[in-house]
Design a protein around this ligand. Structure first.
Ligand SMILES: [Zn+2]
Length: 204
């Protein structure tokens, strides 16, 4: 499939799951308020953005799909879009912590190749690639923020909406300074916010 759009030289492949699929509810809210950041949780090396596009298409065709859907999958090279961002999807929750599904645009950042630990040579090699994926997600996030007039306060973690306080985006929420997971001190999440802000301010 050919890249149909480019955001700052990153190809975006647009391949929507079919209308009417259970995991594409087709609800269009009056506005979009949030960009909701996730990490995929699939550590196998081939589970990149393209793989997640194939995965969500298979789910869309399944009679009993896993009840999950999101708008974009991002890796260190490509962005794949599965659902028009105007529509709602099932990646956060609509509940006591806010309407993340209804008003959110869900971005899954691929963690393929994650070695399962947060130190050592293997981690360092993986992190280099993962930071590139996060930078690609920053560029995408900044462009969506401009399109939908969303401020920095609208950039959320899945954790923010999850009734079970899910540790997502896990690898971004890892705080190196005290070897724990954190809402406010995630090393890579804070770097992501800083980069996103930078792209937002420099692109105007
Ligand atoms: Zn998530």
């Amino acid at each position: 499939m050919k890249a149909e759009e480019l955001v700052k030289d990153i190809p975006i492949f647009i391949d929507f799951i079919p209308r009417g699929a259970k995991i594409r509810p087709g609800i269009i809210p009056e506005t979009k308020k949030f960009i909701v950041i996730h990490n995929t949780g699939n550590y196998i090396s081939y589970c990149d953005a393209k793989w997640h596009n194939e995965y969500i298409h298979k789910q869309a065709c399944s009679e009993k799909p896993r009840e999950a859907s999101w708008h974009f999958s991002v890796d260190d090279r490509e962005i794949w879009q599965h659902i028009p961002e105007e529509e709602s999807a099932w990646h956060a929750s609509d509940g006591g912590y806010g309407d993340g599904n209804l008003y959110g645009i869900g971005i899954e950042i691929c963690v393929n190749g994650f070695p399962g630990v947060y130190s050592g040579e293997e981690y360092a090699a993986w992190e280099k690639v993962f930071l590139k994926a996060c930078d690609n997600a920053s560029i995408l996030t900044a462009s969506l923020m401009k399109k939908y007039s969303i401020g920095m306060e609208g950039v959320k973690q899945h954790f923010d909406f999850a009734p079970d306080r899910k540790n997502c985006p896990m690898q971004m929420r890892y705080a190196k300074e005290n070897n724990t997971f954190s809402r406010e001190n995630g090393t890579i999440f804070n770097r992501f916010l800083k980069k996103t802000k930078g792209y937002l301010e420099n692109e105007t």
